[in-house]
Ligand binder design. Structure first.
Ligand code: CA
Length: 383
């Protein structure tokens, strides 16, 4: 089998109501998609994670100009070889960020092809699944004003609960006092309900404020505290772990086994969160999983992309071993972003659905997605 073409799609859709996370206002949803076409009638889909504020054209340019020439004519089943080829040939200007996101998209598509070629789901190629369903957690609690929205967020928590979620991640990082007020309002609203919360400041604070927030929220028995400080401050991560009681999570802005090696060896996180569309794809996730396993660190993929990245994330989650085995070991959970996103439910034939509060691991071949071409056409800015 040979790769004969790579087609890029940059999808954009303005949001009717912009929302904020701690790093800025999100005005549009976007996705960078790649379709790798082979000479045997099989094609695979991949997605480069476009961060909330990132122009999706960057990842597309990486794939078009840097990676496509390396891949045309290659055997798509040589996945590991192609990963290293792409990484080495972009090292001097890559290693992180959108270049690795481009590699991630290509890698995801190659795994999709490999699964289809063998008639098995990607998790089977990864060595099998440890679980056939995963508990989702609601990511939400974005701001529409910025501060002073505690009451609205408390009502939002109840909506997630009514929709079947018992795990929820609250976006914080809008000022420590405002954050604490929001958490108290949410805590009051959900009191007595079987709900666990996580928090995510998207590295809004320096160490002192990040610690102050963590200490003030000790009573919430948080499942984790995500991105408390900037990804560059690995010593800051270590400090959080030393002084706070809840597990510290991070890694959506870290990349490849090389980046993770530094974060994990320093003891920076309790929970590593590679994003499959940004860490270097499924191949890099596999490297990172082995690395984390060797250090007793839990892996819980991050996902904020379209239905394609969600599918890739589900296959990896299926294949993540537990870090600490026991009869009732902690299992990875699925990030389920509840903000409005036109490239999720409509983009594929079998979108994520909640069944009794859980999401099934797909068992169709490859990533198990069938992309709706009319949705691509509707939003594709390159078409
Ligand atoms: Ca996050």
């Amino acid at each position: 089998m040979k790769i004969v073409d790579l087609k890029l799609h940059v999808l954009k859709s303005p949001l009717a109501e912009p929302f904020a996370f701690s790093q800025g206002w999100v005005h549009q949803r976007s996705a960078t998609l790649v379709e790798i076409i082979t000479d045997e009638g099989i094609s695979g889909w991949g997605e480069a994670f476009a961060q909330g504020l990132e122009p999706p054209e960057i990842g597309a340019a990486v794939i078009q100009h840097a990676l496509k020439p390396l891949l045309l004519g290659a055997d798509p089943l040589d996945i590991e070889v192609l990963w290293h080829t792409c990484y080495h040939r972009t090292r001097d200007y890559g290693r992180k960020g959108s270049v690795v996101a481009g590699i991630s998209a290509v890698d995801m598509a190659l795994w999709d092809i490999a699964g289809q070629a063998r008639g098995v789901p990607v998790w089977k190629l990864l060595g099998g699944r440890f679980r056939d369903k995963v508990q989702p957690y609601a990511t939400g609690f974005y701001r529409i004003q910025g501060q002073g929205e505690a009451q609205r967020l408390a009502e939002e928590a109840l909506r997630h609960h009514d929709a079947g979620f018992s795990l929820m991640k609250v976006k914080l990082g809008f000022g420590v006092d405002d954050d604490i007020a929001c958490m108290h309002a949410i805590g009051k609203a959900i009191q007595g309900k079987p709900i666990r919360l996580m928090i995510d400041t998207n590295h809004a604070y320096g160490r002192a404020e990040a610690l102050r927030l963590g200490r003030a929220l000790a009573e919430f028995d948080l499942l984790w505290y995500e991105e408390p400080v900037v990804p560059e401050d690995i010593a800051g991560y270590v400090e959080m772990r030393q002084h706070l009681t809840m597990p510290i999570a991070g890694g959506e802005n870290e990349h490849t086994l090389f980046g993770y090696q530094q974060l994990l060896a320093a003891g920076g996180v309790d929970i590593a969160q590679p994003d499959i569309g940004s860490c270097g794809g499924i191949t890099a996730a596999r490297h990172i999983m082995a690395l984390a396993q060797s250090m007793g660190v839990r892996v819980n993929p991050h996902v904020w992309g379209s239905a394609i990245a969600q599918a890739a994330s589900l296959h990896v989650i299926a294949a993540v071993p537990v870090a600490h085995h026991s009869l009732f070991a902690s299992q990875p959970v699925l990030e389920y972003d509840r903000s409005s996103h036109p490239f999720r439910q409509a983009l594929v034939q079998h979108p994520l659905t909640l069944r009794d509060g859980w999401v099934d691991i797909p068992d169709r071949p490859g990533l198990g997605i069938e992309v709706n071409r009319d949705v691509i056409q509707q939003y594709d800015t390159l078409a």
